[in-house]
Design a protein around this ligand. Sequence first.
Ligand SMILES: Cc1cc2nc3c(=O)[nH]c(=O)nc-3n(C[C@H](O)[C@H](O)[C@H](O)COP(=O)(O)O)c2cc1C
Ligand code: SF4
Length: 675
Amino acid sequence: MNSSYPNLLNPITVRGHEYRNRVEFGPTLFAHSIFTIPEIKENVYRMVEDRAKGGAATVSTGEICVNFEEGITDFAFHKVDYSKLSGEDFDALSEYASRIKKHGAIALFEVCHEGCAAHAPEGISVWGPDEFTRPDGVHVHALDRKMMRKICRDFRTFGEFASAAGFDGVLLHGGHGFLLQQFVSGGTNHRSDRYGGSAENRARFPKQIIRALRKGLGPDKIIELRFSAQDGVDVPGAMTIDDTVEFARLIDGLVDIFHVSNGLKEKGNSTGTFSSHYDIHGVNVEYARRIKAVLKKTLVSVIGGLNDPGQCEEIIASGAADFVAFGRQGFADPDFVNKVIAGKADRIRRCVRCFNCYPGSIEHPSDIDFNERGLTPEYLKKILSPAAMGRCTVNPDSGFGRVPYDCLPPVKEYKKILVVGGGPAGMQAAITASQRGHDVTLIEKEQQLGGTVRIFSEKDPHKKDLLDFINVLEKDLRDCATVITGQAATPEFITGFAADITLIATGSVYKEPVKIAGYENLTDIRMAYENTPEGKSVIILGGGMSACETAVFLAEHGCRVKMIIRSRFVAKELFGGARNALLTLMEKLGVAIVYEARFKSIEPGVVNCVFPDDTETAFSADIIYGALGSKPQDELYRELILSGLQIFAIGDTACPGRIVDAVHGAYDRVIGIGT
Ligand SMILES: Cc1cc2nc3c(=O)[nH]c(=O)nc-3n(C[C@H](O)[C@H](O)[C@H](O)COP(=O)(O)O)c2cc1C
Ligand code: SF4
């Protein structure tokens, strides 16, 4: 037992079930995906199994709807009959429980009813606390007593199913704007009967649902209620933390654990369901503390941007919550608990909250449909396929459309491998190659490893987790490979080294926009991190994700920032939550954006632009940065390609892109070697 985390690792018994520690792995992919996307079924099971194997106390499935009528959720095309306690569907869902319990964790089955927010295919009527017509034209029927009885019956039947299927309990999803929250919130419940008005009345139907679920589950199973701390929207009567605290007090003892999340699913980033790297870690901890303070029987779990075992220990030690729960951290490193126990907390790959595994909903007012962004069909296919789901920037053995590491074909021939370049791609390639048994040497021309990512993540406080990732890569690398730093790999060195396979990971460099007159007056955008101006006026030409992130960085250094872009859309590579977080912060910091400009010429401190209506404007600033693209730094690769060596480019040297592409691309390149 690791004595640095006595509270986090402290076992506890809940309703007769032994929790081996205080870590819960929360839901991260709807449970019915095994039916609706059969090609990823095995990997979905593995998602929960890996987390149980990784030492967590509990692992939950993702949500499934309590019925396939008014409670139907998105993608729930395959109807499960919960009254049938045998057969194919029963076996398929029971498999989740077996995979989790096999490794000593407690298995929870998440169930939800989305109420008035329900997905409404043709012919399905939608029910909620109030009668109204939604902005999408769907009419919502106010629940009467008969409808309420039907929903309670469905929860009871589901409870019987979950119990028979071998789950230890149910995670009842009442938050993120779903049915239970709709009743508690004065923003969505305007009833004048015994289900509206006072806090007691608003809690009445949620209590009936919980009791019905308990009847179905039986007395020995756990009920954990997932709920939001607040609605998080500016609507009259919207649920605040005061309402939630009162609701928690009213249901004390009815559920075993009150799981504190936040916000509304459809506005996930702006309402705090999905925090970004611009938010603090543990966004819901202070809400959990308030809720815990009024509960005498029910325990409290908290989720939201947690990835640091030290902070998790402190949350439990300080009494803010009894459990910590992880969402995305489950993709980043399912082995979290085992690493804590083994004294290897510094090797945990922490979630950097980049939203790559889950884009969220279109949220920012300026968002437009995927197809209107000018992205290539290949890129669109890549990001929209099931394979993209759960694909984690910091964990290449993640993503539902892939062969898991322990199922890879065995290596038959071990090779001598040279990796040139110590950025994320080079380090990941070297680590994976070593894990596969090859003899690996990595050479980096700088004294420090990490490449460009180290440069900006050391400077940008919002990128602290990325810096941590680089440091974890470096530690893992030094454990398993020979590392040479401060020495450039010349062609002579490489040929003399005579590796069986050489991987070139020399990264990318600034691409000068040579077609623009006076382009030499531009400053490489990357210089903003190496030589950061304070309080200057700056112009950034270009509006990609990195340009926007640099705009934030400079604005936070007191610069007056103007971005001038060619299109009508900034950060087109980003979606949903990630884009909302970035653009909202840019607005807050006063970053100005000039759209649809053609760059006619650049003089020192001046950029001359032409607009679609043929007007011309000269913009001036102390510094004008160019962020119009990067190009592979591939001279070495090109020089050696005809040398007869087996040589491959990886990461940005193959194709400049995001860190996730570098890490996954490097891993994919290496896993087939010698098989
Ligand atoms: C890919 C993905 C799928 C998710 N699916 C579900 C789900 O089925 N049910 C649910 O209640 N929450 C779901 N969530 C939300 C998480 O449980 C969690 O609330 C959210 O990620 C915030 O926690 P975190 O900051 O620890 O990631 C999902 C999250 C992700 C990233
Ligand atoms: S893809 Fe990004 S947000 Fe998702 S788990 Fe990995 S690091 Fe976290």
